[in-house]
Ligand binder design. Structure first.
Ligand code: ADP
Ligand code: MG
Length: 696
């Protein structure tokens, strides 16, 4: 019987309602259950003397009940005192029945397991698991560590353990669970068999060296874990590669490089493209002319000039009679692109369309008409562009800016947009959050990668200082001084709350205070809840130098470009990710004047926060910052919550297992070529029903 094909209802005790609970945590088949691995382990193989208990320890105790009584405090509880030859301890229960109390009679022997805590009566065992024992009854788990599984409401550890034990007993000698990593590769990598690894991880045997085994397991360094982590990473990569292959089998419009519009455009620019920009433009241009869909990730640090590259790509589509759509994650960034594209492209006789959720009524109708009839050759907007009501006459290229804000499944959905029977549009994805190589290899294995590794000439590195908010007055004096010298400044307010409303309130309050403290400065305010027109007015006033200080929420994080701004204060920087801080900081240092960024933190700082801000102070290199951020915070956070669907590995951990990725790449290619029959089962096993790949 194949574990992969056996539904959980085949197990004893699994009816429809339990099956539904299991399905909620993605457990459908016996195979899923076998891959539901413990989060951690407990050592219940020894009975500890009560007298040796220490705070925080989790252990098995055995003793004779002295008294059992109720205590009425803030919470009603049942206290049961037990004793062995070495001491006495109290067990404290918060949920209990009268029958339970009656059974815990003085003189009975019980064995219990729990965590030692400091309670009212001294050291206590809080809500332990317990059982009655007779003299000299052996421990049930004398041979292996006790697994603690990821559980969910209404699904207890004990329940999961019995089910998994049933599944393990079906394992037999390896026919139940097929090892989809071909033997040759397994041998090459020195892996033990899958069945062995699974058995081991559910029930690690205890042979003397418990502490070492526990330690390696806790660190994810045990060979059995590494083998499974490898298999998981391999499966993810195979899945992304398959997406890529599927896309490659489709055609895309062949957009030859004609150079009519692009030449004119370049000639009109006040600067020359950097060498790096030329290189990536070449890569993109060659992709577009292939007749196969381009799937390219363009990485470039803040200010490296990605927008121009996008415009040049868009022009190549237009030269061939196709439309290009440019999408940005926020209203403010989309608007900025819209303004830039209009300013650049309308002189060439092109029409640039605009759509966001806030464009309504007849304006919206007008725009939609221009998209669907082809009146607008270039269309800029937020994700509103990809709503159902939007259609394009002849969409040849999609540009997505700041990709890290969008999840992988969104990227896939976008590929569908603009697809016709005959072709799908080319896709260019741009990000200023430098993606560490390890992440790029896993999260973007379906994309080719171009990097702009050079900033336009004349940029000055931003000098970053870390300052406690007790020195706020000095900071305000500094702003005063900088503005008196003719330069401009940002004051960025951050809040932990996700609520945009609160962020905006905080920014409003800060602007009030600063206006009182700096009465001779012209101070503006910008936040996400303002009307687009109001935002434009404020931004224009700041750009035009009418405002000297701009108080903002993190809405200005991306895209905003005012070269004369040379000072930025970021309040509570400890609340933001490093990548986000780097983005914010990228708003200054765009002109010729020396720029400064003041990280005004709320004292005291935690050790990690201190470490992170120090990295910001010491480096202006987005890639280095991202690598460090990954080390400190883990991949889910670095890529943003949207990405958690992709990044939630069951066993693998990208920062811990990044050393495997090169081998994963090699072996995934080998499997695709030599063992194609293994690809599907691997993907199904590890990615199963997960929503992310639902539309694959
Ligand atoms: P990002 O990569 O962060 O999106 P932008 O495209 O916004 O960067 O470019 C930042 C600024 O640099 C813009 O004002 C842009 O006009 C300018 N810029 C772009 N390329 C060059 C270049 N080759 N030389 C000088 N300035 C450039
Ligand atoms: Mg940009």
């Amino acid at each position: 019987m194949l574990a992969e094909q056996t539904p959980l209802t085949a197990l004893k005790g699994v009816g429809p309602s339990l099956a539904a609970k299991l399905a909620a945590i993605h457990l459908h088949t016996v195979q899923d259950l076998l891959f539901h691995l413990p989060l951690r382990y407990q050592d219940r193989t020894r009975i500890s003397p009560i007298g040796h208990c220490r705070m925080g320890a989790e252990l098995v105790l055995e003793g004779e009940v002295l008294t059992t009584e109720l205590a009425f405090g803030r919470r009603r509880s049942m206290l049961c005192r037990i004793k062995d030859h070495s001491g006495i301890i109290t067990l404290r229960f918060f949920h209990f029945s009268a029958a339970q109390k009656n059974a815990l009679k003085p003189g009975t022997r019980i064995r219990c397991y729990g965590e030692v805590r400091a309670g009212k009566t001294g050291l206590e065992l809080y809500h332990p698991e317990y059982q009655f024992v007779t003299e000299d009854q052996p421990l049930p788990n004398s041979t292996h560590l006790t697994p603690i599984y990821p559980a969910t409401e209404g699904l207890q550890q004990t329940r999961l353990r019995t089910l998994i034990d049933q599944a393990l007993s079906m394992l037999g000698d390896g026919e139940t669970l097929v090892d989809w990593i071909p033997q040759q590769i397994r041998e090459h990598l020195g892996f033990r068999s899958l069945t062995d690894s699974i058995r081991f991880l559910h029930h690690p045997p205890v042979q003397g060296a418990t502490d070492t085994v526990l330690f390696r397991l806790a660190e994810g360094q045990h060979p059995a874990q590494k083998r499974l982590a490898f298999e998981e990473l391999l499966s993810h990569r195979l899945c992304l590669r398959r997406l890529r292959d599927q896309a490659e089998r489709l055609s895309a419009p062949q957009l030859g490089s004609r150079g009519t519009l692009t030449k004119q455009f370049l000639a009109g620019l006040p600067f020359k493209l950097t060498r790096a920009q030329q290189k990536v433009c070449g890569e993109i241009s060659s992709d577009l002319s292939q007749g196969k869909p381009m799937l390219r990730l363009l990485q470039g640090d803040v200010g490296s000039g990605k927008t121009i590259v996008a415009a040049i790509a868009a022009l190549q589509a237009v030269e061939n009679g196709f439309q290009a759509a440019v999408m940005a994650p926020t209203e403010i960034l989309a608007e900025q692109h819209y303004l830039n594209f209009s300013r650049w492209l309308e002189p060439l006789g092109l029409q640039v369309g605009w759509l966001s959720g806030k464009v309504k009524g007849s304006k919206r109708e007008e725009q939609l008409h221009a998209f669907s009839k082809g009146g607008a050759q270039i269309v800029v907007g937020t994700h509103a562009l990809f709503q159902e009501s939007v259609t394009f006459a002849k969409l040849g290229l999609i540009v997505i800016d700041e990709q890290h804000r969008f999840g992988v499944h969104q990227r896939l959905a976008l590929r569908e947009k603009g697809a016709t029977e005959h072709f799908i549009p080319h896709q260019l994805v741009m990000t200023a959050t430098p993606i560490p190589r390890t992440l790029a290899m896993s999260a973007y294995a379906d994309l080719d990668c171009s990097i702009i590794d050079e900033l336009p000439p004349g940029r000055t590195a931003v000098n970053t200082l870390i300052i406690a908010n007790t020195r706020r007055d000095e900071v305000i004096e500094r702003i005063h001084h900088a503005c008196a010298q003719g330069s401009q400044a940002y004051w960025v307010c951050t809040l932990i709350e996700e609520s945009e409303a609160l962020q905006c309130q905080a920014a409003e309050a800060t602007a009030e205070t600063l206006r009182a403290q700096l009465p001779d400065l012209a101070i503006g305010l910008i936040h996400g809840r303002m009307k687009p027109r109001e935002k434009t007015l404020v931004m224009d006033a700041f750009k035009g130098g009418l405002l000297q200080l701009l108080v903002a929420t993190t809405v200005i994080e991306v895209g905003v470009d005012v070269p004369n701004a040379s000072l930025m204060v970021i309040e509570n920087p400890e609340r933001l990710g490093l990548a986000q801080l780097h983005q914010l900081r990228g708003r200054v240092g765009r002109g010729a004047i020396a720029s400064h960024c003041l990280l005004l933190y709320q004292a005291p700082l935690s050790q990690t926060a201190k470490q992170r801000l120090t990295i910001m102070r010491d480096s202006n290199d987005g890639f280095l910052i991202a690598e460090k951020d990954l080390e400190i915070r883990g991949p889910g956070q670095v890529l943003g919550t949207q990405q958690t669907g992709l990044m939630s590995f069951r066993i693998a951990d990208l920062s811990r297992d990044s050393g495997m990725l090169d081998e994963v790449k090699v072996q995934s290619e080998s499997i695709q070529q030599n063992y194609p029959e293994c690809v599907d089962p691997l993907i199904r096993r590890w990615l199963g029903d997960r929503e992310l790949y639902g539309n694959v």
